[in-house]
Design a protein around this ligand. Structure first.
Ligand SMILES: C=CC1=C(C)c2cc3[nH]c(cc4nc(cc5[nH]c(cc1n2)c(C)c5CCC(=O)O)C(CCC(=O)O)=C4C)c(C)c3C=C
Ligand SMILES: [Fe+2]
Length: 525
């Protein structure tokens, strides 16, 4: 801790200081605007605590509030995104306390701590595939329809899931008849529980899936039955996307709002954790280990392949996914460079669905290009997900490998997903422990605050920061992008539905059209 001009500066090792912890627990914490933090020179006077944010000039205001200060609650409290103090990111908080140190409230005591792991879920049998796909496509964070067409969400989900199911089933059949996600996530939950226990934080760990069993709703019921009093919500996605963590948090927001017990339960969210040292080191370990399997490890191109999202998520809705992904790759490469591993590397995006533009470069196109450029050895690194799943086991291991070998690449390797890798699990446990001082930080003092989120300030602020206006994204089918005047809306809507019906009939009878292009109607291929 430095002492200069009466301001106590907390370094990453001393942060968060006790005064922040107690300030954040103070129910009388005054109103702060999330935007106000963008003015780095300002000192806020709040309950005897002054807070100043010192911002590296290279950080834009937008990236500051979107990525580092997620939790300035409009109502009262403060929530700091976990990783920023743990690692030497360009942002540092300088804290001054007029009321010297305030005693630290014990964290565990009689509390019952719960950790809720959020994940996507996957079909366990081939019969599950279609209903699983229905749940996925019925999610407005996956297919975002213009407001006028929201009533079509479920019929459309039914339709697309029925059409995509045969192709999807083929994929799941080829990896053993179902997704391994539940088994792996359950194992991660158990290892996390053990690791927390070994670190003297006894906690129950729950798994809440978004689109298949055990559903988030089921996990929440169990949390209530167990009488959990403090809950840490931890999405199992290292990087935040509106389509993944965002979707799960939005669901949770609804559940929390409607439940008396949950409204009163203290909770906090760890929105993303891709910069955590343990995670970065664990990824670097896996890469290092896999590189030695090549005859000439130095010649190997390290090929990070992330799950894509439609470009509009990033460009129109402000999804931080791409920025976080790029930063994550940089951090892993920095870690490898420290180990004197200086291989060439690249990042591309896989698994696109539908006719709209997704994040580029695309994995398949990049593989072909690398082959053309004469790259001979490739090490694929799945980067957006911490379990093996259909897109690692089928898309990468089978489809991309075959494409690579056809494209002139001679040696192919793939880094396994982290699964229950001990450094990784231990780091997740640390993330949970470090978040505990913030559980209940959004202390409740008015009804609005109590009815808000997970906790107030975290999810809502988080979603607001990332997806501020919840802008409508281009619908998945271009025929619905028609412009209209108000008076024409009704007719356009009806005409659009009619057009979809006509297109469907044409698709089914001719075997050609957008659904075939999209890969969701493979029946006539
Ligand atoms: C960070 C990871 C993921 C992002 C981002 C993501 C966005 C996204 N996905 C779809 C469509 C589908 N996803 C499907 C399965 C699936 N997706 C992820 C991860 C991310 N998705 C996982 C882990 C899985 C489950 C895999 C398993 O083992 O079960 C599927 C179903 C499979 C298939 O038919 O291909 C679809 C469809 C969209 C549209 C999207 C962003 C908007
Ligand atoms: Fe997906």
């Amino acid at each position: 801790m430095n002492q200069s001009m009466g301001i106590r500066t907390y370094s990453s090792s001393t942060f968060p200081p006790p005064c922040l912890t107690s300030a954040s627990r103070n129910p009388n914490f005054p109103l702060l605007s999330p935007r106000a933090i963008c003015s780095p020179q300002r000192i806020y006077h709040c309950s005897g605590v002054q807070i100043e944010a010192c911002v590296n000039s290279s950080l834009s205001k937008t990236s500051l509030d979107a990525r580092y200060f997620l939790g300035w609650s409009e109502t009262q409290s403060l929530f700091l995104k976990q990783p920023f103090y743990k690692y030497s990111l360009p942002l540092q908080a300088l804290l001054t306390s007029k009321t010297q140190d305030v005693s630290h409230t014990p964290l565990i005591g009689d509390e019952k701590i719960g950790v809720l792991l959020l994940n996507l879920g996957g079909p366990e049998t081939l019969e599950d595939v279609q209903p699983f796909l229905f749940n996925l496509f019925a999610d407005p964070d996956i297919i975002r329809l213009p407001r006028l067409f929201r009533f079509l969400q479920k019929p459309l989900a039914k339709f697309i899931s029925a059409l995509r199911a045969p192709k999807s089933k083929e994929g799941y059949a080829s990896i053993g008849g179902g997704s391994p996600l539940r088994r792996i996530t359950d194992a991660q939950a158990e290892e996390l529980r053990k690791s927390l226990c070994a670190k003297n934080v006894p906690a129950k760990v729950y798994v809440g899936m978004r689109y298949w069993h055990p559903f988030t709703e089921e996990a929440i019921e169990q949390i209530k039955r167990d009488g959990i009093t403090k809950l840490v919500v931890l999405p199992l996605y290292p990087q935040f996307s509106i389509s993944t963590s965002g979707s799960s948090l939005r669901l949770l927001e609804g559940i929390f709002r409607e439940d008396e017990y949950l409204v009163n339960m203290q909770h906090t969210v760890i929105p993303s954790w891709y910069q955590r040292e343990g995670y970065i080191k664990a990824m670097a370990n896996l890469i290092e280990k896999e590189l030695v399997n090549f005859d000439c490890p130095k010649e190997v191109m390290i090929f990070f392949s992330a799950h894509g999202v439609p470009l509009a998520y990033v460009e129109e809705a402000g999804d931080p996914y791409k920025a976080e992904m790029e930063e994550c790759v940089d951090l892993i490469m920095e870690e490898l460079e420290k180990r004197r591993i200086n291989n060439a590397y690249t990042l591309a995006y896989q698994s696109r669905v539908g006719p709209v533009e997704w994040l580029k470069p695309y994995t398949d196109e990049t593989i072909i290009e690398l082959g053309q450029k004469g790259v001979k050895s490739l090490l694929a690194v799945p980067i957006s997900f911490v379990s093996e799943h259909i897109e690692t086991l089928e898309e990468i291991d089978v489809e991309y490998k075959e494409l690579a070998l056809k494209s002139g690449i001679e040696k192919w390797g793939r880094v396994p997903a982290l699964g229950c890798e001990p450094t990784f699990i231990s780091d997740l446990a640390d993330a949970v422990i470090e978040s505990l001082p913030y559980v209940g930080a959004m202390a409740v003092s008015n009804l609005e605050a109590r009815q808000s989120l997970v906790p107030l300030g975290s999810v809502e602020e988080l979603l607001a920061a990332y997806d501020s206006q919840r802008r409508e994204l281009p619908p998945p089918v271009t025929v619905w992008e028609w412009g209209w005047t108000k008076s024409a809306e009704t007719w356009n809507g009806r005409a659009a539905m009619l057009a979809v019906l006509v297109l469907l009939v044409l698709e089914v009878t001719t075997g050609e059209g957008f659904l075939h292009q999209w890969g969701i109607l493979p029946l006539f291929h």
